[in-house]
Write a protein that binds this ligand. Structure first.
Ligand SMILES: [Fe+2]
Length: 467
C-alpha cells in the first residue's frame, strides 16, 4: 500500500486565494514551487504569534519522527531506537519537524494532520523561532534532545531535553556571548553524556534581524572564511551545562552522522568525543538546489556541474574534541582546538547519511548515504563508506536517482553492516519510482518493489516495522 497527502492545506489555500506567499521561509519564493527547499520552508510568522492558525497552516515536512515523547504523550516503553530496530512494531504517534520551532503530528496511517505543537508548549523559555530539523534521541531512554535559538540583539541557544518517562522538558544550557553567533544548525550531535552543537559557518546576518526584510533564511545567511567554527559541549547527565568549547577551521554541514566518547589518552578522568560529518567548503550547496539549477537542461545547472560544481560537493570529515570533563565553563572561555582526523574524497562522501542505529553513541564504522560524483545535476547514487579503510562502495546507475537510504539491521545479526539498505529510487527513463533493497554488506541489489507512479522526493524518512 502506498499513501501520500498534503499536510499544509490551509497554507496552500491561503496562497492560492491571495496569490502571495507571505510567509518567511528558508529560501527565496521566486515561485512557491521553484526550490527544493520548499520542503524546508516553514511559515515563520509564528514569530509574531500563531494562535489563530489551524493545524495545516504550517509547512513542517522535513523530518518524520515516530513516537516523540511530547507533553501528554510520554512513550516510556517505545523509544525511537526500539522502533528502528523492530523491537517494537507499534507506531503510536508520528511527528514531522523542520528547522522552525514547530512540530506537526500526523495520523500514522492516514497521514492526516491531527495536532500542532510549538516550542513554547514544551517550555515557556523556548521562545526563539529556530531549531534543528533533526533532533536526537537517547538510544536507551528515548529522551529527545534539541536546541531552540532566539535571535535579536543577542543570540541565545537553549539546549533542552524532553523526558520520555514524563513528557517534561528540561533546559540543559542557555548559551549566549560574543562568540555565540546566530548560525544555521540543521542538526545537533549526541553522545552518552553530552549534547554537542557546532556553530557551522552559515551565519545569519545581524544576528538574524536581516531575515525581517529578506523574508527568508538563505538570503540572510553568509559564509565567513575567516571565522572558525565554534563547538559547544553540553553535559546532559549532571546539570553542569556548558563543559567544553572548541574551534575548528570553517565549514558548513547539514547532517552530522554518529558521535561517541572514548577515554582520553592524555587526560585522567576525561573523555574525547569523535564525530563524523559531511562538510562543505562554503554555502554553494544551498543555492544549488533551486529547481532552475537542478534541471539538467537548464542554464543554471551549468553553474553547478563540472568544475563549477566542486564547491557544492561535500567531503566526509572525522573530528575529535579532546579532554572533556564535567566542570562548567563560560562561553567566554578560550576554545580548545578540534582536531580533524581524516577527510574523504568528494566521490566517496555520503550525504543524507545514516548508520546502524544499534551503534548510536558508540563507535561505528560504516556510513550509508547518497553520493554526488558530479555526473548529473542532482544526486548520482548510493554509497557505503568504511571509516576504517577510508574506502567506499557505490551504486551509481545512469538515470537512477536515489533518495535517502535507510539502514535496517538484521535482528539476528552481529556485524555492524549485517542488514539491508532501503531507498526510494526514481527511474528517470521509465518515469517511475521503485523501492530498492540492497544488501548493506555487499551493496548488491536483493529486491525491488516497482511502483506505477513517481514518489515525490523529500529529504528524510524513517522505517517502522509492521505489527
Ligand atoms: Fe536534513
Amino acid at each position: 500500500m502506498y499513501n501520500s497527502r498534503h499536510t499544509s492545506d490551509e497554507m496552500i489555500e491561503k496562497v492560492r486565494k491571495t496569490g502571495e506567499f507571505m510567509f518567511t521561509s528558508f529560501a527565496q519564493k521566486r515561485d512557491p514551487c521553484e526550490s527544493l527547499f520548499k520542503k524546508v520552508m516553514s511559515s515563520y510568522q509564528a514569530m509574531s504569534g500563531n494562535s489563530k492558525k489551524g493545524i495545516t497552516g504550517f509547512n513542517v515536512g522535513v523530518t518524520v519522527q515516530p513516537n516523540l515523547p511530547m507533553p501528554g504523550q510520554p512513550s516510556k516503553s517505545n523509544t525511537l531506537n526500539e522502533v528502528n530496530n523492530g523491537a517494537s512494531s507499534e507506531m503510536k504517534h508520528l511527528w514531522q519537524a523542520t528547522d522552525y520551532a514547530t512540530l506537526q503530528e500526523l495520523h500514522p496511517t492516514t497521514l492526516e494532520p491531527i495536532d500542532i505543537s510549538h516550542h513554547p508548549d514544551l517550555h515557556p523559555d523556548l521562545k526563539g523561532p529556530l531549531t534543528g530539523a533533526h533532533s536526537r534521541t537517547d538510544p536507551v531512554t528515548g529522551d529527545w534532545y534539541n536546541y531552540n535559538m532566539e535571535v535579536g540583539r543577542q543570540t541565545t541557544y537553549r539546549v533542552f531535553c524532553v523526558s520520555a518517562k514524563t513528557g517534561k522538558t528540561e533546559i540543559l544550557a542557555t548559551l549566549s556571548g560574543p562568540d555565540i553567533k546566530a548560525a544555521y544548525l540543521h542538526s545537533i550531535m549526541l553522545t552518552e553524556n553530552y549534547v554537542i552543537l557546532c556553530l557551522f559557518d552559515a551565519y545569519f546576518a545581524m544576528n538574524g534581524a536581516k531575515m525581517l526584510w529578506t523574508r527568508n533564511e538563505l538570503d540572510a545567511m553568509y559564509f565567513d572564511p575567516n571565522k572558525k567554527n565554534v563547538w559547544l559541549v553540553i553535559d546532559r547527565r549532571h546539570g553542569q551545562g556548558l563543559v567544553g568549547m572548541y574551534e575548528s577551521d570553517p565549514f558548513f554541514c547539514f547532517h552530522p552522522v554518529n558521535a561517541w566518547e572514548q577515554p582520553s589518552q592524555t587526560e585522567f578522568n576525561k573523555v574525547d568525543i569523535v564525530t563524523d560529518l559531511p562538510t562543505y567548503e562554503n554555502l554553494d550547496i544551498l543555492n544549488r538546489f533551486y529547481y532552475a539549477n537542478m534541471k539538467a537542461t537548464s542554464q543554471g545547472a551549468r553553474n553547478f556541474t563540472g568544475e563549477k560544481g566542486e564547491s557544492s560537493r561535500p567531503v566526509l570529515a572525522r573530528y575529535k574534541l579532546s579532554g572533556i570533563g564535567n566542570t562548567k565553563i563560560a562561553t567566554t572561555s578560550e576554545p580548545r582546538k578540534a582536531e580533524c582526523l581524516f577527510v574523504s574524497s568528494k566521490d566517496d562522501a555520503p550525504e543524507l547519511p545514516t548508520f546502524n542505529l544499534n551503534y548510536a553513541t558508540k563507535p561505528s564504522r560504516y556510513i550509508y548515504g547518497v553520493c554526488d560524483r558530479g555526473n548529473s545535476s542532482f544526486l548520482d547514487g548510493l554509497v557505503k563508506y568504511d571509516t576504517q579503510t577510508n574506502t567506499s562502495i557505490a551504486r551509481v546507475i545512469h538515470a537512477q536517482s536515489p533518495g535517502e537510504p535507510i539502514f535496517l539491521p538484521n535482528p539476528e545479526g552481529t556485524e555492524e553492516d549485517d542488514g539491508v539498505c532501503l531507498s526510494v529510487v526514481l527511474d528517470g527513463i521509465k518515469g517511475k519510482s521503485y523501492l530498492l533493497v540492497l544488501d548493506a554488506r555487499s551493496f548488491e541489489e536483493i529486491a525491488r518493489a516497482d511502483m506505477d507512479l513517481v514518489v515525490p522526493f523529500g529529504f528524510h524518512g524513517t522505517h517502522v516495522a509492521s505489527p
